[in-house]
Design a protein around this ligand. Structure first.
Ligand SMILES: [Zn+2]
Length: 703
């Protein structure tokens, strides 16, 4: 469905977790039915560049050098970079890539593959269900080298035969995990059995015969006959504690009616005492997700945040945020308190302003209080949203009520303007000892109590853009620091004088990132690009810091610390891409860029526009909020973006990355993009309509 509607991915980031990534890729693709395709073009079509002779390659292709050094035997050396072997793949096609001596003939499972000037080759090969062995052979003047890579194809879907009447107790049987549910939620029961029968399910100490229907292949999302499904809506009076769920299948064998039964692995609990309670997040950056597959992050909470629990699905806990808004959190990320009773609702008190003593930036302090004593410290789940353009920042705090809102509701029973209660909170505009902030011009915060549990604060900032923020609960007070846009110095020929940037070359050391078909390590090329880019930026007067300056491993946590504490005005992560296992590497090439926060959207667009302009690749829209790369998510203090320069899975892209002239063009593009962002200018060659706001930048993922 989305093999051509391609936008952007970043498999390079997560080689150790390829399986999880496929799911991410599927999600991103599913969200974006869109976009410009990158048409693979020959090297000579792009910029008129020709593959450089080997001696002029910028960097050693380390994986290939190693493979050559290790190689013994009369045939040519042969390196296989994809698949790695041992994977279980979800689709019936997988991409392959590797390298041999230039001029050799390569076959993959007997089918010839094109060998590029570097010796790299890539393509797609077919898999059958179960075990597969992919056989690579490279031949030069009658001498061959063979490599065999074992992978597992998609598991076959095996229907249950019509006779004897049977239920498959293992496969596709729901619920497969223990469920804790509240009234109104829907319990879905599903199993696979002999087709063409009648089926129902029962819950112990509850309904004994809930009807199920057989799903229709082609019409329902199933491939084979014999899948039965039914739902039960939890009722207010239900009280189950780990009740087993039993399904029954009834069919006619000869002239006799027969039944078989089986019990689902998961049980049902609906008792309030078991289902509800409170938990504390056990780590910083604990994810709260919209969906059970944990693909779409709604927000993150800090260690110690108090979460209102109201359900469970196996290893996931359900968290109540607003009156009608729920999220999922991993059980391992929270510690349930012994208290089952509801905690008193914290009430909003007031907003104050301070000046950050270190940076002089304005800080908003949101004060609230929880009635009663001996309660967990006040740290609530919240989310800050920043706009792509404009200067109003929105803070949503969940689990926060208000005296005024309750009073309004009691008095009139009316809601005000879509909210329970709304008002403008005026901040002091005269400098004083407590609020010496008049120069920043933040004079008012719009406060709306959306429902009993959801408080929303809109902060109009006195700048042309929201540049960055930092928000955290400290001693029960939510501190929101706001960063004004940088002020550049006017120096002839140095357009970035006064700007401080932090550049983050992806991977390094043991973590080599994606591997080019020709054996180029992503960590090497990322660093080379950042080095060249830093020269351009410094020449333009910018102060440049890097998260690593050589080939060393830097953890994501260290990168986050480094970036967030750098005091920089901008950050850019530089990576190179690789396709997921089921995409054709020859069809996908060119630059991509990503953002997470709203105030990084335009930066990502400008960087991508600059790359496209200077390298001659088609301009790609970038509109996926990319929540997996933690440094981008966890560093909202400044606009940040991640650029994926080219695809290492594409041999032609890799050849370009090996050429100094191409790298200079790419760095010029990144530089122009950064400059355009800082100067608030579009790039001249970006087609109208994609350069600003408009279609190209719409965020469809509203997490
Ligand atoms: Zn990467």
């Amino acid at each position: 469905m989305f093999s051509r509607g391609f936008l952007s991915l970043s498999f390079c980031l997560f080689r150790p977790q390829i399986v999880g990534l496929c799911a991410l890729w599927a999600l991103l693709s599913g969200l974006m039915p869109m976009m410009v395709n990158s048409q693979p073009r020959s090297v000579s079509q792009r910029n008129g560049l020709k593959p450089a002779p080997r001696t002029q390659e910028t960097l050693p292709r380390r994986a290939w050098e190693k493979a050559k050094a290790r190689h013994k035997g009369p045939g040519p050396a042969l390196l296989i970079t994809s698949p790695r072997g041992g994977e279980t793949l979800s689709r019936d096609r997988v991409w392959f890539g590797g390298c041999t001596e230039p001029g050799c003939e390569v076959t993959v499972n007997g089918i010839a593959a094109r060998v590029h000037s570097t010796g790299a080759f890539a393509g797609m090969t077919q898999l059958h269900p179960g075990r597969n062995t992919i056989v690579f052979r490279s031949t030069f003047r009658g001498q061959s080298t063979t490599a065999q890579v074992p992978v597992a194809g998609p598991s076959p879907e095996i229907p249950v035969p019509k006779t004897p009447l049977a239920i498959d107790a293992e496969r596709a049987f729901l619920p497969s995990v223990d469920m804790e549910m509240l009234p109104g939620e829907i319990l879905r029961v599903r199993f696979q059995g002999s087709p063409g029968c009648r089926a129902w399910f029962g819950i112990r100490k509850g309904p004994s015969r809930c009807g199920m229907r057989e799903l229709v292949p082609g019409k329902d999302p199933v491939k084979i006959a014999g899948v039965y499904q039914g739902d039960y809506v939890i009722r207010p009076g239900d009280s189950f504690v780990r009740s087993p769920i039993t399904v029954t299948l009834e069919g006619t064998v000869g002239k006799r009616v027969k039944t078989v039964s089986a019990r689902a692995k998961g049980t049902l609990t609906t008792s309030r005492k078991v289902v509800c309670g409170y938990a504390l997040a056990t780590a910083d950056d604990t994810g709260l997700y919209h969906d059970l597959s944990l693909q779409t992050r709604l927000t993150s909470v800090a260690k110690g945040a108090v979460l209102d629990l109201c359900g469970r699905r196996g290893d996931l806990r359900r968290v109540r945020l607003g009156e009608d808004l729920f999220a999922w959190v991993r059980s391992q990320d929270v510690k349930k308190t012994s208290e089952d009773a509801a905690l008193p609702l914290p009430l909003f008190q007031k907003i104050e302003m301070q000046k950050d003593p270190a940076t002089s930036n304005p800080v908003l302090l949101l004060r609230a209080s929880r009635p009663g004593k001996k309660r967990p410290p006040l740290s609530l789940p919240f989310r800050v949203e920043t706009p792509e353009s404009g200067s109003t920042l929105t803070l949503t705090v969940w689990g926060l009520g208000s005296k005024e809102a309750l009073r309004t509701l009691e008095k009139s029973g009316r809601k005000s303007g879509g909210a329970l209660y709304a008002t403008d909170l005026l901040l002091p505009n005269e400098p004083s000892e407590r609020a010496p902030l008049a120069s920043h011009g933040i004079s008012r915060v719009r406060y709306r109590q959306m429902d009993a549990l959801t408080a929303v604060f809109e902060v109009p900032l006195p700048w042309d853009l929201v540049w960055g923020y930092d928000a955290r609960f400290e001693d029960g007070v939510l501190r929101l620091s706001l960063k004004p846009p940088p002020v550049l110095r006017s120096e002839p020929g140095r357009p970035l004088a006064g700007l401080k940037l932090i550049l983050d070359p992806g991977h390094g050391g043991e973590d080599t990132g994606a591997e080019g078909c020709g054996g180029l390590f992503e960590s090497d090329i990322n660093l080379e690009i950042v080095r060249r880019l830093s020269v351009l930026l410094r020449r333009a007067g910018a102060q440049v810091e890097m998260t690593r300056e050589d080939d060393r491993q830097v953890s994501l946590e260290d990168r986050i610390q480094r970036i967030s504490r750098s005091g920089a005005d901008l950050f850019l992560s530089v990576h190179n891409n690789s396709v997921p296992s089921y995409e054709n590497p020859l069809e996908i090439s060119g630059p991509r860029a990503f953002f997470y926060h709203g105030h990084g959207v335009v930066l990502a667009k400008r960087v991508l526009g600059g790359l496209a302009e200077e390298t001659g690749f088609p301009w790609q829209s970038t509109n996926v909020r990319f929540h997996v790369f933690r440094p981008m998510r966890c560093c909202p203090q400044m606009p940040g973006a991640l650029a994926e320069v080219l695809f290492l899975s594409n041999p032609e892209d890799e050849i370009l990355l090996l050429q100094p002239a191409f790298l200079d063009n790419a760095c010029e593009g990144l530089y122009k993009g950064l400059l355009a962002f800082v100067k608030r200018q579009p790039l001249p060659l970006i087609p109208a309509g994609t350069a600003t706001g408009g279609g190209g930048g719409k965020m469809t993922n509203d997490e």
